[in-house]
Design a protein. Structure first.
Ligand SMILES: Cc1ncc(COP(=O)(O)O)c(C=O)c1O
Length: 456
């Protein structure tokens, strides 16, 4: 075996199709219900929020969906992304494992989010939509959609969780540089925002609240504005499969095949994106790669949530879906991985987890930052705090392999760089960060407010 470190593909290797897991595991498609009537949603209901091309992708069971040429042209600005063998990291860990990572932090705005932002802006544009609304937590998704909307000449309003708006002014400025309007959520621009501010004028906001505001603005715009979501939905996870499709080819170049594929999970899109093409090989080619989703102990939806129907947002305006949830009014603790502070999880990931196709683990904040810095000091890259969760678990797997004397091939998704997250690193380095485990009782209280829908 050579001592090669970077495994690169050429532009002509850029995937031509997205992979749809629902084509191979139809049971991963679960009902989506109208939040008022609890009846299955109709395309008409969904079309208030989304363009028809994305609604059709959402319900499609085609195994592969062609990536439009216009989207591929923009993907070429940063794709294919490199697969890197973390040789220095392996040495630092003194492990028998081989560790590879897919570097999604090299996209123009620094994460995997443009993989879906670009097609979402594209489909809105070709269906004549002039403006979009969205929410953002840490700011990675808002920046990605701001860039994509700018490329396609679509206006964008971003409802940014207030605590991040205050903590991350540079993310806001990046969105504004692309021409987006950014508001600190809760705002007084929406009924829901005003209702939250009336209860608590100093509310720090949450992803659930910001989603409600962005959905409300689109729903009341009389069709002028549509809404874009950066995770959770089937079409979003499908757009992200460019990561796994490229990684399959690159592992081939490396002459190895992963025993375990690891990704952090907020709504599930970067994990689904890297894992689903490997799951296809498990299903179709008899491979036995373990697929491991990593969440924070502070927002443990897969590992401590209930698998049931719940609203996608706090105001109960977004559709009800079947997912592992901590309850739609769950107020996430102020941990530093803003992108992982969502009460639920992509329904397809939940169904696959429930059926045993994938595994999940929850890790604490402090050892996650410790893992991030071990990685930084070996590989020279400062990871996004979200991605650091995958690194924590990659280290645990590498040390476990060493303890058992095994050569284990580990692949993890570096979903973003942490260049805008210095405030989090400063808190960690100055000893201000604490571990936080969401208390069982708080989850139980939140779960009492679930919609009363019969499980199917
Ligand atoms: C760098 C990064 N990784 C991961 C996530 C989590 O999202 P998802 O689970 O959809 O990949 C986010 C969300 O903002 C993010 O910014």
């Amino acid at each position: 075996m050579s001592d090669q470190t970077r495994f690169l593909l050429s532009e002509s290797d850029l995937p031509k199709f997205w992979y749809n897991i629902l084509g191979d595991v139809p049971s991963a498609q679960t009902p989506v219900l109208n939040p008022q009537t609890f009846e299955p949603v109709t395309p008409d209901f969904m079309s208030v929020l989304f363009p028809m091309s994305l609604i059709l992708q959402e319900i499609s069971t085609e195994r592969f969906i062609e990536i439009p040429q216009e989207v591929r042209e923009i993907y070429k600005l940063y794709r294919p992304t490199p697969l890197i063998r973390a040789r220095r990291f392996e040495k630092a860990l003194d492990t028998t494992a081989h560790i590879y990572y897919k570097h999604e932090g090299l996209s123009p705005v620094g994460s995997h989010k443009p993989n879906t932002a670009i097609p979402q802006a594209f489909y809105n544009k070709i269906e004549g939509v002039k403006a979009m609304t969205t929410e953002t937590g840490a700011g990675q998704w808002g920046s990605a959609l701001a860039m994509a909307c700018n490329f396609f000449g679509v206006d964008l309003e971003v409802y940014m969780v207030k605590v991040s708006y205050q903590q991350k002014p540079y993310r806001r400025i990046l969105m504004e540089a692309f021409g987006a309007q950014v508001f600190a959520s809760p705002t007084n621009l929406t009924d829901f925002g005003r209702s939250i501010l009336a209860m608590d004028p100093n509310s720090p906001g949450s992803l659930g609240i910001a989603i409600s505001e962005a959905v409300e603005v689109a729903a009341k715009s009389g069709g002028k504005k549509k809404y874009g979501l950066g995770s959770v939905l089937n079409h979003v996870l499908m757009h992200q499969t460019v990561i796994g499709e490229e990684a399959l080819k690159q592992m081939d170049l490396a002459g190895e095949y992963p025993d375990v594929v690891i990704g952090c999970v907020g709504g599930g899109s970067n994990f689904g994106g890297i894992a689903y093409p490997f799951l296809r090989n498990n299903l179709k080619e008899g491979k036995r790669t373990r697929l491991l989703a990593v969440e924070p102990k502070a927002t443990p939806s897969l590992t401590k949530g209930l698998y049931t129907f719940d609203y996608g947002d706090s105001a109960k305006m977004a559709p009800i879906v079947k997912m592992y949830t901590l309850g739609h009014d769950f107020v996430p603790p102020p941990i530093h991985a803003g992108g992982l502070r969502y009460h639920g999880m992509a329904p397809s990931i939940c169904a696959l987890y429930d059926a045993g196709y994938i595994e999940a683990v929850a890790v604490p904040q402090l050892s996650t930052f410790d893992a991030a810095l071990q990685f930084t000091r070996a590989e020279g890259i400062i990871p996004a705090p979200e991605s650091a969760h995958a690194i924590r678990t990659a280290i645990d797997e590498a040390l476990d392999a060493k303890a058992k004397g095994e050569k284990r091939v580990i692949l993890f998704n570096l979903s973003g760089n942490g260049n805008f997250d210095m405030e989090s690193y400063q808190s960690y380095l100055s000893g201000k960060l604490e571990d936080y485990e969401y208390p069982k009782e708080a989850i139980e209280t939140s779960l009492k407010k679930l919609p009363q829908v019969e499980l199917v």
